[in-house]
Ligand binder design. Structure first.
Ligand code: ATP
Ligand code: MG
Ligand code: MG
Length: 413
């Protein structure tokens, strides 16, 4: 039986890891992105399309070669995805005649469009009764209107508050912590002319994340949502640096609640695949949703080694193709795991020391796995990650892996 060809918009590291896991499963992936992008490095075939995942013509070309489309980045053109999924595209058959072919998009273009706009995303969650931080749109008609709007946010939410770009943000690029009135102008200048919104500052105790697998039948009916365990994520300067499984010092009751919140959120979206739900855990035990990623996610990289039977990438493929194992278990096969991002340093070779360290760190109670993405190093850019799996508690593992965590922090200093 020939398996369907999956078309992937975006060929960064998430696409690369998806391709790495698709190959052994006998699934072909056609990637739309630049020549030589990380995903294409991992998967050579004749189906790839060279171009931008924001270019409607290129997306159409990709769709003509595939049975289904998916994404590894949410900042894509959704009008064309809607058209492809609902009206179809014209393709030429083997008989020379043209006919229309509808290509399913998973997760749905509706989900991608909603998630793309972080303000709209949270307005939707509020409507669905999901707890999120208070927010307000910032006027952008003129400098005066923007300033008055920022002043209103400060009055409503107090200082500091977080100013965010509604669209196109990632790794904290698009976030500005507004500390005082003098910041209004600096923030406005820094953020440029884009739709902005303000978010009340959340004095969280910890950040948590849960990956959720969403299964749907061919008619778009939800079959079920299945959560991975909750992880603790550490962000520094708005970018994820470290992930701990299980979270350190979190009660079981909270972990279960976090999974439940995550499942509620994802049940309210549309389409198949894996999704990440980023959350804040407050001192009083309250959980707030920060945002959703409609795709595999940095907080789920550890599943490659810790949940080898169904890593987030295998889960993505199984969910897309509706070939989910009968006895589905997302339980990790190790008691603890942690992930350290390799972020580009000041110099192109700043990360060499960290990479070398991975070669001497493994021992009888900790395995260390190095992933480099084949990306050019730039300051603050995610160019790889390291996963360590442990055979006892997360506290013991964190202790043992401390030199890795310290070396990664030193590179950023
Ligand atoms: P990603 O790469 O995850 O898509 P992003 O650019 O969309 O990131 P956010 O997730 O909005 O950015 O924020 C990044 C980080 O900034 C959060 O994980 C958190 O550490 C911090 N942060 C965001 N919003 C708030 C808030 N309202 N209060 C306090 N800290 C916040
Ligand atoms: Mg984001
Ligand atoms: Mg985020």
């Amino acid at each position: 039986m020939t398996k369907p060809v999956i078309g992937l918009l975006g060929g960064g590291q998430l696409g690369q890891m998806l391709c790495q896991q698709a190959g052994p499963l006998g699934v072909q992936i056609a990637v739309l992105d630049a020549e030589g992008c990380p995903a294409k490095q991992a998967n050579h075939n004749d189906l790839h399309v060279t171009g931008s995942f924001k270019d409607p013509e290129k997306i159409r070309e990709l769709a003509s070669r595939c049975d289904m489309l998916t994404i590894e980045v949410e900042h894509v053109e959704t009008n064309i995805l809607e058209e492809i999924a609902t009206q179809g595209i014209e393709v030429r058959g083997a008989d020379g005649k043209t006919y229309r072919k509808k290509v399913p998009v998973h997760p749905s273009w509706k989900t991608i469009r909603l998630i793309q706009d972080k303000y709209e995303q949270k307005e939707y969650f509020i409507k669905k009764g999901i707890p999120v931080a208070q927010q307000m749109a910032i006027a952008s008609d003129s400098d005066e209107a923007r300033k008055a709007s920022l002043q209103e946010a400060a009055t409503r939410f107090g200082l500091p508050f977080m100013l965010k770009g509604a669209k196109g943000s990632y790794d904290g690029r698009g976030n500005y912590k507004v500390r005082n009135a003098a910041d209004f102008e600096i923030a406005a200048k820094e953020m440029g002319n884009q739709p902005l919104y303000a978010e009340k500052w959340v004095p969280f105790d910890m950040e948590l994340a849960v990956m959720v697998m969403r299964l749907e039948d061919d008619d778009g009916n939800l079959i079920k949502v299945v959560p991975y365990p909750v992880v603790e994520t550490i962000h520094e300067d708005s970018i994820c640096t470290t992930v701990y499984y299980p979270p350190r010092k979190v009660a079981d009751e909270v972990k279960i609640r976090a999974q439940k919140v995550a499942c509620d959120v994802i049940a309210n979206l549309w389409g198949r695949g894996v999704f990440a739900v980023e959350m804040f855990l407050l001192k009083d035990g309250q959980i707030m949703v920060n945002e959703v990623a409609p795709r595999p996610h940095n907080s789920g990289h550890y599943t490659i080694e810790a949940v080898p039977q169904l890593s987030q990438y295998k889960a993505q493929i199984c969910a897309l193709l509706n070939t989910v194992p009968k006895e589905l278990t997302l339980a990790p096969r190790v008691p603890s795991a942690l992930m350290v991002n390799i972020l580009g340093g000041a110099k192109p070779d700043s990360h060499d020391k960290l990479v070398e360290l991975t070669q001497t760190m493994g021992n009888s109670s900790m395995d260390v796995y190095l992933h480099q993405y084949g990306k050019e190093s730039k300051p603050g850019r995610k160019i790889g990650h390291i996963t360590a799996t442990g055979f006892s508690s997360i506290h013991r593992l964190a202790e043992q892996a401390k030199p890795l965590i310290d070396a990664a922090a030193e590179m950023r200093a």
